[in-house]
Design a protein around this ligand. Structure first.
Ligand code: GRF
Length: 236
């Protein structure tokens, strides 16, 4: 009998690191949730850089505090959308990310930009898409008398807030809710589902193919993975 040790083939290969570039224009609450979620190294996602079109975005401070590279690309310094997006692609690609994540990036992206990152560009939107594309989603949900609201992570396509859904979290609308109180609860759910979707992508479990969005090789439904509302007062 040979004493040679055979390689252990019982364990699957660990997934390779997944570099992520985050684009933002504002406070960066979602960025902070990603930083917190990925800091223990248990997920292969690594935030390689944070890029903002606004030099005063607080999200840049959060990134610097976490030791993440930051860049500012001021859209007002460019002749038009095409020129800005071309410069943005060049800057993003200098970090060679596998995934690009929009986290409150207040710019409409050109079709060329969106095509360049097809299948590796995610966005989060504060409504249960396809309801309430665009702005003021919390106010619109309250005015419509909705009892359920929430947030959605989706792959970005050329249709604004219209790409295939990855995951949605539902939030109950309470009688006393104002847009501000409802936004607060929706944000808490955003901070749960965005890192989750990025984690899936980084592990190679989430993909956008001809058949739509798949998780672990199985097609997700038209609403993506659905996380129901929690009871009022319960922890997330
Ligand atoms: C979030 O509400 C997100 O859904 C939307 O922009 C907002 C960004 O918030 N796309 P933050 O800067 O991540 O706190």
């Amino acid at each position: 009998m040979s004493g040679a040790t055979q390689p252990d083939t019982s364990k699957p290969d660990l997934p390779q690191r997944c570099d992520v570039v985050v684009l933002l224009s504002g406070t960066g609450g979602n960025l902070q949730a990603m930083i917190d979620r990925f800091q223990d190294g248990s997920c292969p996602a690594r935030i390689r850089a944070v890029i903002s079109n606004r030099a005063d975005a607080y999200g840049l401070e959060r990134a610097k505090h976490a030791g993440i590279d930051t860049r500012v690309l001021d859209h007002t310094a460019y002749e038009g959308r095409e020129a800005f997006d071309a410069a943005l692609v060049e800057l993003i690609d200098s970090f060679s990310p596998k995934l690009v994540v929009l986290a409150g990036f207040m710019r409409i992206l050109t079709p060329g930009f969106v095509r360049h990152y097809h299948g590796r560009l995610l966005n989060i939107h504060p409504s249960l898409l396809p309801l309430y594309k665009g702005l003021h989603t919390h106010q619109r949900a309250i005015e419509a008398g909705d009892t359920a609201h929430g947030c959605s992570v989706h792959f970005v396509t050329e249709e604004l807030d219209g790409g295939p859904l990855v995951v949605q979290a539902v939030v109950s609308v309470e009688l006393h809710d104002t847009p501000a109180t409802l936004a607060q609860r929706v944000h808490a759910r955003e901070h749960l589902i965005y890192p989750l979707a990025i984690h899936w992508f980084a592990e190679g479990r989430l993909a956008l193919g001809k058949e739509g969005v798949t998780l672990d090789g199985q097609p997700l439904g038209p609403r993506g993975h659905l996380i129901p509302a929690t009871q009022p007062g319960s922890s997330l």
